[in-house]
Ligand binder design. Sequence first.
Ligand code: 5RP
Length: 236
Amino acid sequence: MKPKTINWQEQAKKSAAIEAVKQVKNGFVVGLGSGSTVAYAIQELGRRIKQEKLELLAVPSSYQAFYLANQNRVPITTLDEYPTLDLTIDGADQVEKKTLNMIKGMGGALTREKIVAEASKKLVIIVDETKLTEKLGLNQPVPVEVIPFALALARMRLQKLHGAPEMREGKGKVGPVVTDNGNFILDVHFGKIEDAEKLNMQIKLIPGVVENGLFLNMADIVYVGTRGVVQRLVRQ
Ligand code: 5RP
């Protein structure tokens, strides 16, 4: 059978993931983000555990990461047992080149991803080059996780902030996407975001909003997979 070939973008994601996993040392407790790029990182962790006898524990940020960790024989623990993590590896939907601020949550796991990231001494992000942007919000909505009871109010308040909220609909299920926390997601189009700090605080003040996808001043290192080598960006 011919080996499976993957396109440049998948290869770029995989290469970035492999670079990031090199940061994981013996005895680490590692946060696992979610998404298709993180899937490569979990695979690589599994490979290192098996082939290099690397010892680690992982805290998954979603059912997806949990099941991938199980499949790849990556041992799982919880934030209750380890409230401080050595490192988290996660993907992103948009990374602002200058600041390394990010928009996350197109996989719907933003709330737990933010918790796991905040619990970590170091946050390492893996993306392919299509995720880099000059300014957050350009062609990219900000996902906002909302308690179902608060949906109408949240929608109105987000519109007041000049956002255009769209309820995220399920694929393979009719009706809204329900997050791992039992909530809904509004994808809010703001266009170019000039003051991300201010917007983050304004969204957080809306009753019923659980979390939003603006991840500001959080990424320590971003590994960017390209058509060539993997670039390493470090937050200044
Ligand atoms: C999930 C996320 C993901 O990290 C983000 O959507 C990137 O995913 P992918 O690696 O599949 O492009 O924030 O909530």
